[in-house]
Design a protein. Structure first.
Length: 322
């Protein structure tokens, strides 16, 4: 089976590299600038004992579009771009999607499912959750910040459908056994909501306070603030029909209130580096749904406004919230 990985950044680059090393047929759809870096240096994984270099098979959107169909359709398309790049990514992958292609997005939040499903059909678009600690360093290499990576997927309509001819089954068969954990969830929407709770909470805590989780937890009131943000996001998830189990909530709370923790989500790393964020997809969409569900989220509202002002001030392409 053939896999197209859209984006060779911290997420797609890591999973794709592991799959290439496992002998899978993998092509990376990348921008010309990224293609130049990868052709010069190779796709490199560094850190946490996972150092590796592979010669990745690359294709650009223009090459795919102008190929006259010579690339054919892929069995699985792993979409690992940021939400701000999703519209262009959907155009770029269109020539690679056939009637039996399984599309597996691993973006944060939920809004991308509707957009992809509207374009390619609900049956073809899986839900996905990627859990890993990686980043792209100054040289363009994939830096592993902590060991262990997991990919959870499932039919967004529910049920752990893993027959050989189902989208979830094809994706699992292609991805499994490559050095990271792959599971099929019977309720992938709940998994996605619960990751959304974690990412939005961690992002609000760190971006609003401009410090790591440990920095915030180490000052008076920091732990109480973090718990209050989590209470808001968990309430939205529960109102949407996806409550957090008590054990999971306790684990999340412990992670986000740990003094001395160096943890900071990609949101915070983007802000400190002066890059654009996924504020509308992760924060804005959550607060919009909260309002529709009559759930008060004053701290998340404040964090959303904070990042909107940041995007506006530095001209980072904020889309109107209206």
């Amino acid at each position: 089976m053939r896999l197209l990985v859209v984006g060779a950044g911290a997420t797609g680059g890591y999973f794709g590299a592991r799959l290439v090393r496992a002998g899978r047929d993998v092509t990376f759809l990348v921008r010309p600038g990224r293609a130049a870096v990868l052709r010069e240096r190779g796709l490199r994984i560094v850190g946490s004992g996972e150092d590796d270099r592979i010669d990745a098979r690359l294709v650009t959107a223009a090459e795919l579009r102008d190929s006259g169909g010579s690339y054919g359709s892929y069995d699985v398309v792993l979409v690992s771009v940021k939400a701000t790049a999703l519209a262009q990514a959907m155009e770029d992958i269109a020539p690679a999607v056939g009637p039996s292609t399984a599309i597996l997005p691993v973006l944060n939040g939920m809004a991308h499912l509707d957009r992809l499903s509207d374009r390619f059909g609900t049956a073809s678009v899986l839900g996905g959750v990627a859990l890993l600690a990686t980043s792209v360093d100054a040289r363009g290499d994939i830096a592993v910040l902590a060991p262990g990576a997991k990919l959870t997927l499932g039919d967004q309509r529910g049920g752990a459908v893993r027959t050989a001819d189902s989208p979830a089954g094809r994706a699992f068969d292609l991805l499994d056994g490559a050095g990271f954990e792959v599971t099929v969830s019977e309720n992938i929407l709940a998994e996605m909501w619960h990751k959304w709770v974690f990412i939005a909470t961690a992002g609000a805590i760190t971006c609003l306070m401009r410090g790591t989780i440990g920095d915030v937890a180490s000052v008076p009131g920091g732990t109480e603030y973090a718990k209050a943000v989590l209470a808001e996001t968990a309430a939205v998830s529960a109102a949407a029909g996806f409550p957090l189990a008590e054990e999971r909530r306790a684990t999340t709370e412990g992670t986000l209130t740990q003094p001395g923790s160096p943890f900071a989500p990609s949101f915070y790393r983007d802000v400190t580096a002066g890059r654009s964020t996924e504020v509308e997809h992760v924060f804005g969409d959550l607060t919009r749904r909260a309002a529709e569900l009559s759930v008060a989220t004053p701290l998340m509202d404040l964090a959303t406004m904070n990042l909107r002002v940041y995007e506006h001030r530095y001209g980072l392409g904020l889309r109107s919230a209206s």
